[in-house]
Design a protein around this ligand. Sequence first.
Ligand SMILES: Nc1ncnc2c1ncn2[C@@H]1O[C@H](COP(=O)(O)OP(=O)(O)OP(=O)(O)O)[C@@H](O)[C@H]1O
Length: 726
Amino acid sequence: MKKPKSKQLRIQSRTSEVQEIELLEKWIEFGKPESGSNPLSLPPLPAKSPVGRIDESTYSQFAGCTKFQQLPLSKNTKDGVRQAGYRNMTNIQRASLPHALCGRDILGAAKTGSGKTLAFIIPVLEKLYKARWGLEDGLGSIILSPTRELADQLFSVLKSVGKHHGFSAGLLIGGNEYDEEKDHVNRMNILICTPGRLLKHMDATPNFDCSQLQVLVLDEADRILDAGFKKEVNAIISQLPKYRQTLLFSATQTKSVKDLARLSLKDPEYIAVDEEAIAATPSRLQQKVMLVPLDQKLDMLWSFIKAHLNSRILVFLSSCKQVRFVYEAFKKLRPGIPLKCLHGRMKQIKRTFILQQFVEQRSVLFSTDVSSRGLDFNKGVDWVVQVDCPDDVAGYIHRVGRTARYDSAGRSVLFLLPSEMKMLERLQEKKIPVQFDKANTKRLQSVSGLLAALLAKYTDLQPLAQRAFKTYVKSIYKQKDKEVFDVTKLPIDDFSASLGLPMTPQLRYLDRKNVDKKMPGESNLVPEVPVKKDSVKLLRQKPTNNLFEESEEEEEEELDLLKSKETADGEEGKAIAADHLLPTTRVLKKKKLKINVHRPVGTRVVFDEEGNTLPPLATLADMIMKRYAEMREDMKTRDQEDKLLDRQRRKEKRIKEKKKQKRARDEELEDEDEDEDTRNVKKSKVYFNSDSEEEEGRSKVALKTDAISLAEQEELALKLLSCMHS
Ligand SMILES: Nc1ncnc2c1ncn2[C@@H]1O[C@H](COP(=O)(O)OP(=O)(O)OP(=O)(O)O)[C@@H](O)[C@H]1O
């Protein structure tokens, strides 16, 4: 708690504040860089050159300076920056801050991890400080972020660098309790928000007023301006005053004139500090691309994890369902390193907790693109593994940018399917120094067989696998870039088998005539990546009469593998071992199955109804075939259920949309009747550095969003299905 100041002290501090602002304004006016110039091209100022006012009419230069302390910044900001541990500026900070401090609009681009956050947080603080923005002045700045996690991170930077200022600041993100937020939001000077949540407040919070906005910031501007946020962003911009400063930052900046026109920028400074750089990605980042057939992606990922048990690994997959399945399945296989997962359908509290854990301990985080942009894991990510190809080059740059941040090193690997090789060309065209590598097949461990066993044992895993399969294929089908993503080239059946599924789920939208017509199990291997397929042999076999005939050697190998799992992994391993004889109807390609005549006969003698003895394997075969018939039936039912759910979802969406439109119409009518005066209700004071108030505004209970109700529906469907199983 701050000690209350005496009246005299308050007057004194106000006077010195006024004097400081006057000095800063004169200093900036004196040394402002030419519009369109690049401060980086100026010779760096000597470290010991004078700072601030030199005599009555002369001030020190600041364009070309290398240290924060040489910039015309308020003492509050300088103290905050110094205490947060920042001394020397990065290139994007050196190039953009002198312009931004003059109040100019900025379109800034610099590599990932190069310090763009401070390049917009500092001008926001300075602009409001120089405008003598007070708590009762209302909303002075909005900082938009595409994801909740990034918004949260920006909020932490703002709190640390701005802690000596007296502004109030709030974090508005989906998943927080809206009702709590709305009680505080009108008292905030700076808001950090995701577009959807901000729009909700603009639409629904009484007296929400942004008519005095001074600075608008779009972090990850290209993402915020792309089609995904178009509706929200257009609606937001239409409610903001045109006379304001606008700062746009991203590692992959938009150059679309249309986008910029939407923002009504005024002579923006285009600052791209790495345009001449040899690479578009950080120089300390080692990047590999590996050719991996679709049905071996999980084998490769598993082998990779097992080979890097002491690392912090961020794994990108293309959908929530992929993430859930791989996480749940690998967790049951216990690789020997903590596993975590993060996707947009998780509750916010859990998302925040998982990120925190990932930052704190070495582990593997399976994630969708929700963590591909902006996140700065402070202990550093050792590896970024892109199991599924990113949508485009920008997506690639942001994903790999989660490692090798600021001055640290990092490594990344991208798995490409043979049909996605065009992406490699795209990366090379954009000056991304990737090294094309062959897989080290000697150390490849197959998990497809183990997954089949897991799916047979854990009935709740099978629907996950099925959905992972479906969403992956659909994501490829929906991709815009058909040169890279060609659904007809996917080895659908092999992929399904690699997830451990006993049969390929139906894909209603796909014309299977055109899709790769390979027989299940037929190789999709390309010669460059010869992969050893025989590390796990038992579990994927042809549904023929020879179904259960395998060489003793093979069986022993399998049992050894399971036994070693048992000792290494405890109970989980035992469970798998007990069920290891449940095969899938899939086939190991072109495997020669031998009848082992020396094989000892089972000890149990089984009789048929007429009293004849049966070979022991016959009963086992019966049991297995029955189980697989059941599993197939289940899958069919699930297909039907999915169809119904899909229909229901679409219906719900339509109803919701209609309700929304009706509400908007009603509100418009109400608004016309409303007395204008009610809008100008006086705002009360909230102090920036009283964190508790902000914290109060944050969620304890996640909001019931569309996504959550879908998840609940899914859970319900899963429960239903597991009831059917039992
Ligand atoms: N001047 C500086 N001196 C030392 N470290 C800095 C400086 N500026 C930023 N950093 C550190 O560099 C890291 C990356 O910064 P930041 O998150 O702002 O990068 P970014 O360019 O926004 O990355 P991305 O494009 O991924 O969003 C952070 O850990 C930050 O604390």
